[in-house]
Design a protein around this ligand. Sequence first.
Ligand SMILES: *Cc1c(COP(=O)(O)O)cnc(C)c1O
Length: 333
Amino acid sequence: MNLARFSRRRYTPHATPIQHLKHLSAHLGGPEIYIKRDDLLGLSGGGNKTRKLEFLVAEALAQGADTLITVGAVQSNHCRLTLSAAVHEGLKCRLVIEQRVPGSYKPQASGNNFLFDLLGVEAITVVNSGDDLAAAMQAVADDLAGQGRKGYVIPGGGSNPLGALGYVACAEEILAQTFDMGLALDHMVCASGSAGTHSGLLVGLAGNNAGLPLTGINVRRPRPEQEGNVHDLAVRTAAFVGLAEPIARETVRCLDEWVGPGYSLPTPEMVEAVRLLAQLEGVLLDPVYTGKAMAGLIGLVRRGEFAKGEKVLFLHTGGSPALYAYQDVLSAA
Ligand SMILES: *Cc1c(COP(=O)(O)O)cnc(C)c1O
């Protein structure tokens, strides 16, 4: 694929490392587990939205926008990183915060919410789950237009075909890196939320005929709905990059057994995964996405999904700043 024809800002000056999790692999006694450290991407605190923003912000700048507008949950990593990209580019940023859990927006909360303030957000609008998020962001853009300013609206999670290009590029990065390392992967696992990461990877893998199966672990939606969302965005992203082959529906796999009671709500398996990765590998996961995704990978290993000696790559999509808003459920004391 020729991604060089899309304009892009660079927020990470290097490829993120792929590391062998040897203590975790030994502890579980199953496949050899590797981790792609996208928690070490650029912008404040890293995480997967940085890759999407490289393409989205390039378009915002080309359009002459002075303000980035986006939406996310109360502990949104995507909002933190969009705001950080805005600061980096000398733009303003306004956020729409969606209370997915009623009453969950606390202006004084720690974690990402504290960083919204620290990074200098210009304004926050709080809406409820079920409200029209696109309309709420358009209202912010209209308000700016009334003052002679120009907003650029980024959808939730940066998940449209332009943003998903970040993960088409990441698939190419992983294939080049594993070739270099002599590492022949058998499987990949990632968290599946607003679908841009999962869809972009599928398109990048398909476009390179990688033959590498990818399993998404859902953080919010039931399996049929999430598989539909991922397939739909993958099809649109494939058309956007000009992929000749269609994305087969059978390659989209989104497991929902590790969502628990709902988006962002803790589960015992998430707590186990976060504590295990910290104490065996010194890797900080997060309570909302990668803790549940790793709980899914651990669950699949225990279920015998992978043969001993197979090589499985877990994509660490970031999120550790949210740990500080979950100290009560995550600490042993
Ligand atoms: C947004 C996010 C995800 C999910 O990625 P999507 O592209 O929205 O599916 C996973 N992990 C972290 C830490 C995130 O912030």
